[in-house]
Design a protein around this ligand. Structure first.
Ligand SMILES: Nc1ncnc2c1ncn2[C@@H]1O[C@H](COP(=O)(O)OP(=O)(O)OP(=O)(O)O)[C@@H](O)[C@H]1O
Length: 531
């Protein structure tokens, strides 16, 4: 069958024809290995699937990450999120996208070991990003995303914790557990994200990185949802902590409006017609983005503004973002190999960093900002690529003693806020589905309305003793969530009934209604790329 034979209505290649056209050579599929082929060296992180461990291959000596795939309920079979992730990683091959090397299908995914994830790195008190470094990471992130979008992949969980970095300065996009085939048109230069072609679930993307259109439940979304996440990550690299740390979905919208302005027919055409916008009555504001980020210069503000546009149709795409003047203005982007190497910084190192932070004296004001421990030569960007440039690095530093609202302070002084926890995996696109969590919680910080947008799709955690990042989950949390969810189910049912489902709550369902729903969803799951 020719690829043209199997196009979706409107001309986009179908998921199947796309997969056929993008098959990788057979020899790139190394196949399965035994867990005994690896020496497990320690835990790196805990994700939605389970634990991620660092290990060494006994055969090759290569360092790898082993991601354990937890079977939450064996009757449900192999988790759809894991299937999607393995399938996509097998399909993709790009320097800025984490490759999959081997897999043992039932239990572990094996990927090359990366020294850091971006959020771990930002938590490390001895790491201070320079502007050339941030530009270097941003270029790689945009290259990786351009590749994904050109290949009809929506990532749908863009966040700092899912960006892996090694000590060669390479950044790779990881965690394809929520990713899916995108059936809309791929982005074109000068045309933003374009228009969506079909509905998907709006319950994707960790809340702090979730764009306004998803918070308002747009289902016909585009690659622009990932670009919003890039904007959040960019801001996070600049200020050293997440920039939109909402404690509920309503609060998240409130923070977005404060930063980017209130939606109007001009800056977000059609917003009022979005399902969750009906009840919104935001106080008119113009947004404080320019003011809040002024110390990082007009180039950074301009790029951030493009990435954090309320109107998803006008939001910059990866192709255009790569051409932004920010990357062509001094201080120029560093080359990856020029970046300093840092001690390993992963999710679980956070406790270590926290202890160290407590033991250290305060840093001199503004004095540590700008360079890492191994200052390399400065770098410049010339035209279409990188070029080295020696010389003073003053331009690479952020202004000292600046006192903006996002004052850049040493990492151990940064308050990363009270964490809401990230979503359980949406292991399917349920166009009317809600992620599970406690519903009906009033938003903190005022909220923007009093209706469905106030439903908090995650359960905030308020652990004062051990401050944690909120874009991550731990297993004890999940056990608690599960109990809470069971407890809350009946109370919430009347409110949003079958919208509040994930695989895990479904798998524990006892009611015939839920069993029927689960069966229907299983049917839908059969072609995972359809969702
Ligand atoms: N190849 C790797 N090298 C080093 N560390 C890794 C690697 N893969 C994952 N990790 C670490 O494990 C953490 C969790 O991994 P990942 O995001 O893939 O799991 P997940 O179950 O999808 O997590 P989440 O639910 O937080 O999205 C990462 O943030 C990172 O710290």
């Amino acid at each position: 069958m020719s690829i043209l034979d199997s196009r979706e209505p409107g001309g986009a290649p179908s998921p199947r024809s796309f997969a056929i056209a993008h098959q990788r050579p057979r020899n790139s599929f190394v196949g399965c290995s035994r867990i005994t082929d690896y020496e497990v060296l320690g835990k790196l992180g805990e994700g939605t699937f389970g634990e991620v461990h660092r290990a060494r291959s006994k055969k090759t000596g290569a360092l790898v990450a082993l991601k354990k795939i937890i079977m939450h309920n064996e009757k449900d079979g192999f988790p759809i999120t894991a299937l999607r992730e393995i399938k996509l990683l097998k399909l993709l091959s790009h320097i800025n996208v984490l490759p999959d090397k081997r897999k043992k299908p039932i239990m572990y995914m094996v990927t090359p070991y990366m020294d850091h994830d971006l959020s771990g790195l930002l938590d490390n008190p001895s790491v201070h990003f320079t502007e050339p470094q941030i530009k270097c990471y941003m270029l790689q992130l945009l290259e990786g995303l351009k590749y994904l979008h050109e290949n009809h992949i929506l990532h749908r969980d863009m966040k700092a914790a899912n960006l892996l970095i090694n000590n060669k300065g390479i950044l790779q996009i990881a965690d394809f557990g929520l990713a899916r085939h995108y059936e809309g048109e791929v982005p074109k230069a000068g045309r933003g994200g374009g228009e969506g072609r079909r509905d998907y679930t709006s319950l994707v993307v960790t809340r702090w990185y979730r764009p306004p259109e998803l918070l308002m439940h747009l289902k016909r979304y585009t690659t622009a949802i990932d670009m919003w996440g890039v904007g959040c990550v960019f801001g996070e690299m600049l200020v050293g902590k997440p920039i939109l740390a909402g404690e509920s979905d309503g609060h998240q919208l409130e923070l977005i409006f404060e930063l980017c302005g209130t939606p109007t027919d001009e800056n977000m055409p059609g917003w009022r017609t979005l399902p969750n916008a009906e009840a919104l009555q935001p106080r008119p504001r113009t947004g404080n983005l320019s003011h809040r980020f002024r110390e990082y210069g007009s180039g950074a503000v301009s790029l951030l503004r493009e990435l954090l546009k309320l109107d998803w149709r006008g939001r910059v795409n990866a192709i255009d973002a790569l051409q932004h003047p920010y990357f062509r203005t001094a201080p120029y982007p560093a080359k990856p190999h020029e970046l300093p190497s840092f001690e390993e910084s992963h999710e679980l190192d956070r406790r270590k960093f926290h202890d160290r932070r407590a033991a250290l004296p305060p840093a001199p004001k503004g004095g540590t900002v700008g360079r890492g421990p191994h200052d390399g030569p400065n770098a410049s960007f010339s035209g279409d690529g990188y070029s080295s440039r020696n010389g003073a690095n003053g331009a690479g530093r952020y202004p000292r003693n600046s006192r903006g609202p996002e004052e850049r302070v040493p990492a151990w002084h940064r308050d990363r806020g009270l964490p809401p926890r990230p979503p359980p995996p949406a292991d399917g696109d349920h166009p009317d589905g809600y992620r599970d969590g406690r519903g009906g919680r009033p938003p903190r910080g005022g909220g923007v309305g009093a209706n469905r947008q106030d439903i908090d799709t995650y359960i905030p955690s308020y652990d004062r003793d051990a401050p944690r990042r909120d874009d991550r989950r731990r297993w004890d949390d999940r056990d608690r969530d599960r109990d809470d969810r069971r407890h809350d189910w009946d109370r919430r049912r009347g409110d949003y009934d079958d919208r509040a489902r994930t695989s895990r709550t479904r798998s524990r369902s006892r009611s015939p209604v839920r069993d029927r729903d689960r069966d229907r969803e299983r049917d839908r799951d059969r072609d995972m790329y359809r969702r």
